[in-house]
Design a protein around this ligand. Sequence first.
Ligand code: CP
Length: 312
Amino acid sequence: MKHYLSIKDIDSLANWVDEARVLKNDPKKHIALGRGKTLCLLFFNSSLRTRLSTQKAALNLGMEVMVMNFGNEGWALEYGEGTIMDKGTSEHIKEAAQVVSQYCDIVAIRAFAELKDKQKDEAELVLNGFKKYAMVPVVNMESSVGHPLQALADAITLDEHRTLKRPKVVLSWAPHPRSLPHAVANSFVEMMQMQDADFIITHPKGYELNPEIVKDTRIEYDQAKALAQADFVYVKNWSSYHEYGKVVSNDPNWMMTLKKLGKAQFMHCLPVRRNVVVEDRVLDGDRSLVIEQANNRTYAAQLVLKKILENL
Ligand code: CP
């Protein structure tokens, strides 16, 4: 594999999940594979899980790791072709990506949507800029449109906890005080479309995700109907896609509660706002999978890095 930019870079989700579960049983088995190789992590936005789990994954493979908080410590980057750079930007992506490539063997990037300009966000300037100009493989640690490392970790977690061949899985929107991107929800939807499940998305009207991603996945606007007999409930907030980046409604009744969860297992990518997105009793209960999801981030990242290292 050359790059890991989208969940669609996975050729067989079932095989990848199986391989990740084997890695999880013996995480240091391939410690010789990455010896002498360096991973560079560039963060344009904050992180806890992605930063530490991806480092841990690289260390398990014997790699060296360099981390830079590019968003507040790097030069402001320019992306335009032929731009006269006499304003706020100091360095062009063309030089930056090539320079970074000389210091590492794989570069991983986190650059969120700004949620102001849909066209600009969907152009994925940072991720695609590195893909275009870097001379090394690029890994997406959450971009404007997707969070494929999270979705792979979620697939591993679902596989570990499913008791049915075809479980009912619900992606439920939740209220949030801030305007959040669509990346986690997008990649979760695409990942669910790659496996056999009774999968439903539920959200208030106005929070429809990008129809090119949702395709023919069922949407149920009545949360109670959607949640009936669910085996897994994945909760996430996102802002409006059509009124791009706007919080068009914030009904607190959409918060996940223990009563609504029923017999289902609860999933969330974290970080999560307690008693806004989900009540304490769910997160502190024995059907919450959130800590295991975060643990599986290591093995998702490790599998991706292993496949790239094997191809260098
Ligand atoms: N889920 C996730 O990506 O967490 P961080 O934002 O803390 O990395």
